[in-house]
Write a protein that binds this ligand. Structure first.
Ligand code: AMP
Ligand code: MG
Length: 346
């Protein structure tokens, strides 16, 4: 398929370029666009045939529901019902922004979009290009991350183009995604809301506003979460070509352990890569990619680092461990999945 590709400057949005892609969406086609979390692969959320093209382009299992993106909070009332006071508080405080809420769906949302569920996940992104394409299309846009199913989510234009050119109707390249981790998914269909997927809006921040929040129990376990309530969480995820391991322990032991394994791997002709915080880059032998100086930076660089490792034909990636609270919870969730839950004790 011929893909229409446009470069759009987020600080000076060319509406004529946006309109080209909005036309594709209106015609039932797929368009990739940047959001503040990761790049999304979108289609008209209310058109079943269009939504099917998303699943095809990604090779995504059909029971893995999509997030519906809107550009106006009021649109929620057209798509969902039983919207609680707590849900309104979350929308008022965090939208536009990186949190998705799960609500009971109205009939207008096809089951293809909701992965067969009676609920629908909705988000209003803050990225101005995302808002412009939704507004110009005139419809809510269902958009999962713009990667082939199972691969790390793309956060940079180059990575999107390399993976998706030829698989979709349009691609809007609009720079790097600033959060770099997918949105927090919060189920608001029960009295006590439940985080189904951790993201950069944290449990702690939400609790300050609306009181108790549960975590999907499968998130607490450092093992395969086949029983996860967000259907997408049970699938293999964020996997680069390399085999990923998390190395846990005190900092000095982790560095020594990784350098020892590096030597062993060299003897076995295996290329090793390390993902670490910036201050440790020079302490590792071989290729070390710094993920940043703060947890926020680590979150925003994690997926692109995994993709970069593939470009270096790395066979084995070792990652340092991060604290499992605040934004760290989202980082460790993605890292553990990427590693297939393989943790080495240093
Ligand atoms: P992605 O589109 O790749 O960011 O993934 C969307 C995530 O939201 C997946 O983990 C889905 O399973 C989850 N999700 C979407 N809709 C629902 C829903 N109605 N109920 C529970 N989880 C959902
Ligand atoms: Mg995804």
């Amino acid at each position: 398929m011929k893909t229409i590709i446009s470069n759009i400057d987020i600080n000076d949005i060319d509406l004529n370029e946006i309109k080209k892609h909005a036309k594709l969406i209106k015609e039932g086609n797929t368009v990739i666009f940047p959001t503040e979390t990761v790049y999304g692969l979108g289609a008209n959320a209310l058109n079943e045939n269009a939504v099917k093209k998303i699943y095809e382009a990604k090779g995504r299992p059909s029971d893995n529901p999509l997030i519906v993106h809107i550009c106006d909070k009021e649109e929620v009332y057209n798509l969902a019902e039983d919207i609680s006071e707590k849900a309104k508080i979350v929308m008022d405080n965090f939208w536009p922004g990186p949190i998705t809420i799960v609500l009971n769906k109205k009939d207008i949302v096809p089951k293809t979009t909701s992965g067969g569920l009676e609920t629908v996940a909705i988000r209003m992104p803050s990225n101005k290009i995302a808002q412009a394409i939704i507004r110009e299309s005139g419809v809510p846009i269902a958009a999962p991350s713009a990667n082939i199913s199972g691969r790390p989510s793309p956060t940079k234009g180059d990575h999107v183009k390399e993976e998706m050119d030829g698989r979709v109707g349009g691609i809007i390249l609009g720079g790097d995604c600033n959060f770099g981790l997918e949105s927090t998914v919060l189920d608001m269909t029960e009295e006590i809301p439940m985080i189904l997927r951790p993201g950069s809006i944290t449990k702690e921040e939400l609790e300050k506003l609306i009181g108790d929040i549960n975590l999907d129990p499968s998130l607490e376990k450092k093992e395969d979460n086949k029983k996860a309530k967000a259907p997408g969480m049970k699938y293999t995820h964020y996997s680069p070509n390399a085999d990923v391991y998390i190395v846990s322990g005190d900092e000095q032991s982790v560095i020594e352990k990784i350098n020892n394994m590096y030597k062993e791997n060299m003897n076995n002709n295996l290329k090793t890569g390390v993902m670490c915080i910036n201050k440790n880059i020079h302490k590792y032998e071989g290729l070390a990619i710094g993920l940043g100086n703060s947890l926020e930076e680590v979150g925003s660089n994690l997926f692109s680092a995994l993709i970069e490792m593939d470009k270096h034909n790395i066979d084995i990636i070792y990652s340092e461990e991060f604290p499992n609270s605040g934004v760290g919870r989202a980082i460790m969730n993605r890292l553990l999945k990427s590693a297939g839950y393989k943790v080495i004790k240093a």
